[in-house]
Design a protein. Sequence first.
Length: 230
Amino acid sequence: MTQTLNIPMPREQLERVVRQVIRQQLAQGFMGGEGPAVAYAPNLVVNISARHLHISPEHLRTLFGPGAELTVYRWLYQPGEFAAEQTVTIIGPRRRAIEKVRILGPMRPTTQVELALTDAVALGVETQVRPSGSIQGTPGCILLGPEGVVELERGVIRAERHVHMSPADAAAYGFGDKQYIKLRVVGDCATTYERVLCRVDDRFLLEVHIDTDEGNACNLVNATGVELVA
């Protein structure tokens, strides 16, 4: 199945990608002893990740009909990732439901639902904190779409807070892939979050993801500063 993206990547995101490539090249030159004119400094962004799901092609067809494809509602900060126009209803074990939960694209091999703790309580699901993709032994739920129903045996998690970073960012901080670090939020609800998982990849822009409960607890939208510390 091909995947049609009906909205071009906005200028803002293209500029972010170009800036990141330039900054990575500067960093590589610096680490190689070339001595760039401007020292590399990571540009940290912290965003709240609201409840959502990632979906497999098989489940997308079941929920939205044969030939269904994800279409772009809004591009996200990470290159190539987007919030899709398609949404589903999530139904918990006691038939409690949350409607209009957005699918994030592109599609993945396995369907995974990511909730905050308050969402899980509302649904009556006993979720576990897991890194993305680690769904063995996790609870399931029912997904209801306009054309069908999917009963997940597993895949509902509370996503472990994490930071995406490029190798250049990791080198600048002195962090490594899969290392746990801390996020310090400065403001009227100053908070330090422990166990923030580093995920290092050439494709990533520097961005921390925390869920809605965590973002509300530290009043992130009004924070005066954020920093990563070992």
